[in-house]
Design a protein around this ligand. Sequence first.
Ligand code: SAH
Length: 240
Amino acid sequence: VILCRLITFSAASLTTMSWRSSGSTNQDLVDRLRDNGLIKNDRIHAALSSVDRKNYCRKGSSPYNDSPQSIGHGATISAPHMHAWCLELLVDHLKPGMKALDVGSGSGYLTAAMAQMVGAEGMVVGVEHLPELVEFSESNVAKDSPELKSQISFHATDGRKGWEEHAPYNAIHVGAAAPEVPKPLLEQLAIGGRMIIPVARGGGGDQYLMQIDRKSELEYVEKSITGVRYVPLGDRGDYY
Ligand code: SAH
């Protein structure tokens, strides 16, 4: 595998806008993300409008705040601006009929949003290592968007192995930070496809959101998008 690293540090303007998007309803939150320039694409606006974040948060949380919320077990549903940002980066790889993999699917929120974008002809696989969260995500989708059920499958497994059965994927989103990009995920990315993954190289605390484009069988182009903070893509024992 040839990894060309094109490192660019950028997007400072986005981070300053990120925390101003809280709303009082789901539509309000999504409209504010658009007003603040975090959602640019209409298909993403439509997808996030039809997936109510409240249905993917625990009771007593603040689903329409633009901040992560605890979903138990040491995991969080990511902040809406991070979800919006990842969808923007993946938008050309989430066209109707395409296939996507969501690693560390947690609440199932982003899995559902991606399923809205790929539509009835497409499919999205969510892999999550905590069985309690797989159940949580399944019941969240059933409550929020039952029509998506046939397009989504959740599996309790180590996401570092991906999900071979439906590979290759046009889009791979990873919602937890790995010390290195897991090889099976590189292999399961379609040629022409894109992966978005937070990476914490060298065991330090610094994590970078990486964009990896597969150009051919052996050629990948990697770009650093921004510094981020995600929970670790680790072993089940790290969680509770
Ligand atoms: N996108 C999800 C993110 C949840 S937080 C959401 O917004 O709801 C990250 C998730 O990754 C957690 O649910 C955690 O349990 C899961 N995770 C961590 N390591 C994992 C691994 N090795 N395999 C699968 N899932 C993992």
